[in-house]
Design a protein around this ligand. Structure first.
Ligand SMILES: C[S@@+](CC[C@H](N)C(=O)[O-])C[C@H]1O[C@@H](n2cnc3c(N)ncnc32)[C@H](O)[C@@H]1O
Length: 272
């Protein structure tokens, strides 16, 4: 495992410990039934019924969304490269009596670890920017979709990733990062986490890679999937400094902005 991947894995192990107790993830509400399903309404609508379907969740973190799909009737498998995240996901599944399988694996090595295909391959919310090779991601995601099944992705829009998101004012669009893939990673000293900005994270370093929407879609086409839809949204599902919080935990450009931008997207792609 190279330095960037090793560093990111150490970061996710540390963040997982912070996240399981954070207000952002609010595990207690998931546990006590106050918020039993964490996937968004638009995701449920776009994915459709998962009752009786097999679902593979790529980069599942500590499993709240995976377990949500299980509560909705899917037979679920979650994978993540953070051992801490997989241990927490397994612990939660056992505690709540939700049948689920969680596998610890780097995404790119998953075909060596898991030998089956799924009705639905699902991945969401802050996943693609941890991956250096978007074509390789497309091949892995497509590999696990059974003929007639589909991949569903919902993610921050690459356009939103091109702007500075810390230390700017709402509506201040400061172009700061490449829109297209670059093999050289972006490197950030980590201060807190998106779930808890005050958390202690000294010495941790994040490496990231942007990928354009064209590169994401082309990776899926090259891997043999056929696009059913691509929806672009005007919100992000977490805080960025150039956005303002609106209803339902959605962050948008301020009302007085001139023009608008795509900030999040969802897509569904089928294996014929
Ligand atoms: C932002 S989280 C996904 C969030 C999840 N949808 C949620 O809301 O809980 C990104 C996940 O990607 C995982 N990850 C990053 N790089 C990975 C890789 N190369 N292989 C597998 N998992 C990876 C991290 O461990 C982390 O759990």
């Amino acid at each position: 495992m190279d330095e960037a991947l090793r560093s990111n894995r150490a970061l996710w192990d540390a963040w997982t410990k912070i996240h399981v107790g954070s207000a952002f993830y609010d595990v207690e509400a998931f546990r006590n039934g106050e918020r039993p399903i964490r996937v968004a309404d638009y995701e449920r609508e776009e994915v459709g019924s998962v009752e009786g379907k097999t679902l593979l969740h790529l980069q599942c973190h500590f499993g709240l969304d995976t377990l949500s799909w299980a509560r909705l009737g899917a037979t679920v498998t979650g994978i993540d490269f953070s051992d801490e995240a997989i241990a927490a996901a397994r612990g939660l599944a056992t505690e709540l009596g939700i049948p689920a399988r969680f596998v610890s694996s780097d995404l790119y090595r998953l075909p060596e670890v898991l030998d089956e295909q799924f009705d639905i391959v699902y991945t969401s919310c802050g996943v693609l920017n941890w991956l250096p090779d978007i074509s390789g991601w497309g091949r892995v995601a497509a590999h696990f979709v059974r003929p007639g099944g589909f991949l569903y992705v919902t993610e921050i829009h690459p356009v939103a990733q091109a702007f500075e998101n810390e230390g700017v004012e709402p509506g201040e669009l400061q172009l700061a990062y490449p829109y297209w893939s670059d093999p050289e990673p972006l490197r950030f000293e980590v201060h807190g986490s998106y779930a808890d900005r005050e958390a202690q994270t000294e010495g941790l370093v994040e490496y990231g890679w942007n990928h354009s929407l064209g590169e994401i879609l082309t990776s899926l086409a090259d891997a043999g999937l056929r696009l059913e839809f691509l929806h672009e949204f005007d919100f992000v599902r977490w805080a960025l400094d150039f956005l303002v919080e609106g209803p339902g935990g959605r962050y948008r450009l301020p009302d007085d902005s001139k023009g608008s931008l795509p900030l999040f997207f969802s897509l569904r792609a089928t294996r014929p």
